[in-house]
Design a protein around this ligand. Structure first.
Ligand code: 6MZ
Length: 332
């Protein structure tokens, strides 16, 4: 099997995908966006990144947010994104999204639309939901967390965790808030060190989330790096996102190499496949091109990733069997 084909057909696991950043151009079109809006949403993929690019990136999500302002549109957006991942042979997807209140939609309606689209999915893909707290919107964080916890009690089979995301130049981490989530039985994954912010990173590592996203600047300080090494927390690695946003200079210099070199836990993710013009298969190909990973390494990484998911034991066993059967069938 050709190498790219291998990456494409491997049953994959996606653990870091933001719903409104994962919409493809076709999906945005179906949701009523104009060609101009779609070009705006996708402009980062074409640009040479600078230090300011990450900050600029957060404006682009507005295009998708404008297209998902009512329950029906949120339902369809979720359905389209799940179909895209399924078509890329993703076997297990943890989709994350920020519950949003709009003129014609409450946060509860937003969440219920996403849950319904997940429940209605008839494809062979397991989908779970993580609800995000947006760090740049500090006004209602407590209230948002209350809603998330209530919704988890109502849909425990779908809602598995919380995420802390949004523009890292704004706001800060509140351990008490996330402890509440943890006490309610939610898993916790936190965006961490996407930019240099040692004080916050130290607080996050002391909290010991179940996973961290990005981790780009964990290596910029020996003390922080040592703290991280003590935790052994799995990293959700988003190669193209980091390069497109300018937080990493190039694929070649990406911090993933330190995880590979030191056998630290990581998994490859897309972040916002619509905004960055990528797919999970492409991310796997890139990791191989730049860090000399072989197909067997990718298979091993995927197998290890099963233990980083927020799936049930039964689902983990199912995924393990799926991967093992695939390996046998494809003789490698
Ligand atoms: C931090 C990000 C992000 O939640 O409306 N988001 N947060 N770093 C990133 N790196 C590029 N990419 C996306 O999806 C879009 C939202 O996800 C978060 C931002 O809060 C963005 O508004 P949802 O479905």
């Amino acid at each position: 099997m050709e190498f790219e084909q291998f990456c494409n057909f491997l049953p994959k696991i996606e653990l870091h995908a933001h719903l409104n950043g994962s919409l493809s151009a076709t999906s945005l079109q179906k949701l009523g966006c104009s060609n101009e809006e779609i070009s705006e949403y996708q402009k980062l993929a074409e640009l040479q990144a600078t230090e300011k690019t990450l900050n600029e990136c957060f404006k682009l999500f507005k295009v998708a947010h404008n297209a998902t302002k009512n329950p029906q549109a949120v339902y369809l957006a979720t359905k389209y994104v799940i179909e895209d991942f399924y078509n890329d042979n993703v076997a297990y997807l943890e989709l994350r999204t920020t519950p949003r209140e709009e003129e014609n939609m409450s946060r509860v309606e937003y969440i219920e639309s996403v849950v319904k689209a997940i429940e209605d999915c008839d494809k062979k893909i397991i989908v779970k939901l993580l609800l995000s707290i947006d760090r740049s919107n500090n006004l209602k964080v407590e209230e948002n967390m209350e809603v998330i916890i209530k919704m988890k009690e109502k849909y425990p089979h779908v809602i598995k965790g919380v995420d802390f995301s949004g523009n890292p130049y704004v706001g800060g981490f509140n351990p008490k808030l996330f402890q509440k989530a943890r006490d309610s039985g939610l898993f916790v994954t936190l965006h961490c060190a996407e930019i240099k912010n040692d004080k916050e990173v130290e607080e996050i590592l002391k909290f010991r989330p179940d996973r961290i996203g990005h981790g780009t600047f964990l290596l910029s300080n020996d003390h922080i790096w040592k703290l991280y090494l003590d935790t052994n927390i799995p990293l959700e690695c988003c190669l193209t996102s980091n390069v497109a946003c300018g937080t990493t200079k190039s694929y070649k210099e990406h911090h993933l190499q330190e995880w590979i070199k030191n056998s630290l836990p990581f998994t490859l993710c897309t972040d916002d496949k619509g905004v960055f013009g990528t797919t999970l298969s492409k991310e796997l190909v890139l990791a191989c091109q730049y860090f000399s990973l072989k197909p067997t390494d990718l298979w091993d990484m995927t197998l290890k990733t099963i233990s980083y998911t927020f799936a049930s034991d039964e689902e983990k066993t199912f995924l393990t069997t799926t991967l093992q059967d695939w390996k046998m069938k494809n003789h490698f």
